[in-house]
Design a protein around this ligand. Structure first.
Ligand SMILES: *Cc1c(COP(=O)(O)O)cnc(C)c1O
Length: 356
């Protein structure tokens, strides 16, 4: 158990009004969680403090060598007003997997969850109530040694910040157009693709720009070696319904193990679907689409939960998924996962934790 010291702001910001569109990641709450680390001393000084700039030495190692990790999760409000988290233990576990790969010290899982709950509790009134809205939580760790040399840092800062976010699709689920990238790659086996870290995102930006210029909203990455097999979307895992079966690329060391992915696999199995975690080539998708067997495509991630894909572009091929609308299973997954999160569908799996 952390002994968290809480210092509340004397100058609270006005809460966003109900008609504020809450553009993702632009508004931050009144407080943040901080905790320091030093080699030999471990994690110390856990505290909730007023949201403010961080003070960093310009030589801080994170700024030069990118030693940092992050997580992404959300707090929701149940109909009776109770603030809840969705599977925060999974985020804590994944955080430590990232930490291990990036030579960042581990945080005990229960301390990670306690830290998140502590700051969410203090800023509880920032969890918006309008349907589809939530409080996005961004825990992250940065290397802070002032040192220009490559080695793991001896000092770190763990930070948790919060932002109220609107419905990802204010007009309801909206199919996206996806660009299958065959020039740039995001990650390779043995690299850092499995860790949630900024380095993977900077590696993705050039392809993202290219896709945007072509009128596509997201990039779908192929494997880094053969550029043949589907890996994932920029910040989402990907699923296909092919000839009645649910198919998703297996976790192979270069794909981020999404918690929404894991939840969708569990639900699809409960509903009696055959779920195959395996290699899927872009060619297979093209063939399946040609033969009318590519029934649905959707992305999964905390931000949008389910993102139906209406259209894929692979080289000169355009793959149109059915009528470009929203598939039945995509819709059912969206309704079920968001229902459990918002407390309108019974949580039979113990995925919800109350913030208290
Ligand atoms: C965070 C992330 C995902 C989605 O994970 P969730 O836990 O479902 O939010 C997928 N891919 C990448 C690269 C990510 O960073």
């Amino acid at each position: 158990m952390l002994d968290i010291k809480i210092t509340k702001t004397t100058n609270p910001k006005p809460l966003p009004t109900a008609d504020n569109p809450l553009k993702f990641g632009t508004i931050f709450t009144d407080h943040m969680f901080l905790m320091n680390y030093e080699t030999g001393k471990g994690w110390f000084n856990p505290r909730v403090v007023p949201y403010a700039n961080l003070e960093l030495d310009p030589a801080s190692m994170v700024l030069h060598y990118g030693q940092e990790m992050f997580e992404g999760m959300k707090a929701y409000r149940h109909p009776d007003g109770t603030p809840v988290l969705f599977r925060p233990d999974m985020n804590a576990k994944r955080a430590n997997n990232s930490n291990k790969r990036l030579c960042i010290p581990m945080i005990p899982e229960e301390d990670f969850v306690q830290a998140v709950k502590a700051v969410v509790k203090v800023d509880e009134k920032w969890i918006p109530t309008k349907p589809g809205t939530s409080l996005y939580i961004r825990p992250f760790i940065i290397a802070t040694d002032p040192f220009l040399g490559v080695r793991p840092s001896d000092t770190y800062l763990f930070v948790v910040i919060l932002c109220p976010v609107g419905a990802y699709y204010p007009e309801g689920l909206n199919p996206v157009k996806i660009w299958i990238e065959d020039e740039y790659v995001r990650a390779v086996k043995g690299g850092i693709g499995e860790a949630k870290t900024g380095g993977n995102y900077v590696a993705s930006m050039a392809a993202q720009m290219k896709a945007h210029e072509e009128g596509y909203s997201q990039v779908l990455w192929l494997d880094g070696v053969e550029r043949k097999y589907i890996e994932e979307v920029g910040a989402m895992n990907i699923f296909f319904k092919i000839d009645g079966k649910v198919v998703t690329p297996m976790l192979n060391g270069s794909i981020l193990p999404g918690i929404t992915r894991n939840s969708c696999i569990a639900l699809c199995k409960d509903w009696g679907y055959t779920v195959e975690e395996r290699k899927v080539s872009a060619e297979e998708l093209y063939e399946a689409a040609k033969n009318g067997k590519l029934e649905e495509v959707w992305g999964t991630g905390t931000a949008a939960v389910i993102s139906p894909v209406g259209h894929l572009r692979f080289n000169d091929h355009v793959i149109q998924i059915k009528d470009g609308g929203i598939g039945e299973l995509s819709q059912k997954l969206y309704d079920t996962v968001t229902g459990i999160q918002l407390g309108t569908v019974k949580d039979t799996k113990g995925w919800i934790q109350v913030v208290e």
